[in-house]
Design a protein around this ligand. Structure first.
Ligand code: NDP
Length: 339
């Protein structure tokens, strides 16, 4: 087994010594366990939170990764050997297999069998994966989006955001869907998914353009993925009694200050800001996946172009993951292990 362990939990930017690549012999397979070859890995901004230095575990939604542990990551693994009745050799299964090439895990660690869409073996990490369920839960349960609403979606060219845009326009039929993303190419793509407009937040004057793209009163709903400067400007264009679902704050994950100087807008304009975590959907997860699969079949959620697949050796797993923090992905960033 070659695996990346957490060697030095980071407080700010990722350092050279944050992770360490180790080579180990795997133990014998015990009753109830499976041996997996990890085929592909999900790259998630949340992993940055799980490895953060000096966390209060009482306040974390999942236990922090400990020093010396394999870095936690969701992936698709192929069962090479099984000593469980539940999973057979050759099956492809989703679970938190971590930054490793091979893993031994209890059969109960399997979350579900990978769903194979024609030509899209990684759909369980993208359009039918956790990020899609996050989009579903945030949009329908937290924001209760209606056709009469105007909605802003930040991080709109990312894994979660690109699905939010499509659900908002192609499923709900919201009157105005405005994406925010970094760069013209990403914005063109977001518009091709159905957004009425997309604002490039890396361009000067973007906040004025955002305001101009919205109805006069502002946005009724916001699906907010990034925090920082983007959220700060969003406060000023969310309409009175409007609602912001706070899904993520990637702008601050590597230690940068969020600088939310416009936060008093919450009081002045009676905004509701609600954070949520996808696990809050609980037992309705498979219901969401089923519904999402239907929309993929109907073409309301596009699978073509929804993934940035990066073939990589185990050695390069951390570098690929770090692309998230510099915007080097469109849709879901997936590592395909080649060794
Ligand atoms: P993405 O595919 O959206 O990738 C991250 C994107 O964030 C980048 O491509 C980049 O896009 C953008 N970004 C990076 N740094 C910054 C910055 N400083 N300011 C603004 N944008 C930045 O990742 P996911 O879709 O997986 O996750 C999106 C967000 O949703 C994250 O904040 C994540 O933590 C959160 N999340 C929350 C969940 C929950 O349960 N609450 C579940 C899953 C994800 P660009 O080029 O446009 O800048």
């Amino acid at each position: 087994q070659r695996a990346w362990i957490l060697s030095n939990p980071p407080a700010g930017e990722i350092q050279k010594d944050t992770f360490e690549l180790v080579t180990r012999d795997l133990p014998e397979l015990k009753d109830g366990e499976i041996l997996l070859q990890v085929e592909s890995l999900s790259n998630d901004p949340a992993q940055r939170g799980w490895i953060q230095k000096d966390q209060d575990p009482e306040r974390a939604y999942s236990p922090p990764v400990q020093k010396g542990d394999i870095v936690r990551a969701t992936g698709i693994g192929k069962v090479l050997k099984s000593r469980s009745d539940k999973w057979q050799e050759g099956q492809r299964v989703v679970g938190m297999w971590g930054w490793t090439d091979y893993a031994i895990a209890p059969a109960t660690a399997v979350q579900f069998a990978a769903i194979d869409l024609p030509g899209k073996p990684t759909a369980s990490l993208s359009v039918l994966g956790m990020v899609a369920v996050t989009a579903y839960h945030g949009l329908f349960d937290v924001l209760d989006l209606k056709p009469e609403h105007a909605i802003i979606v930040s991080g709109a060219a990312g894994a979660v955001g690109s699905i939010v845009v499509q659900l908002a326009k192609n499923v709900v039929g919201a009157q105005r869907v405005i994406g925010i993303a970094g760069g013209k190419d990403k914005c063109d793509w977001v518009k091709s998914l159905g957004a009425d407009d997309c604002i490039d937040y890396k361009e000067a004057g973007w906040a004025e353009k955002l305001k101009a793209a919205l109805p006069k009163e502002g946005a009724d709903r916001v699906f907010e993925n990034v925090g920082g400067e983007v959220l700060n400007e969003i406060f000023k264009v969310t309409r009175r009694f409007g609602k912001i679902a706070s899904c993520g704050m990637i702008a601050g994950y590597n230690g940068a200050a969020q600088n939310l100087t416009n936060v008093s807008e919450i009081v002045k304009n009676r905004l509701v800001l609600q954070g949520f975590i996808v696990i809050d959907i609980g037992a309705r997860w498979p219901v969401a996946v089923k519904e999402l699969a239907g929309w993929v079949t109907e073409g309301k959620i596009k699978i073509d172009g929804a993934e940035t697949l990066v073939p990589a050796k185990v050695d390069d797993i951390p570098q690929v993951w770090q692309r998230l923090f510099v915007g080097q992905n469109r849709g879901k960033l997936i590592t395909q292990l080649t060794n």
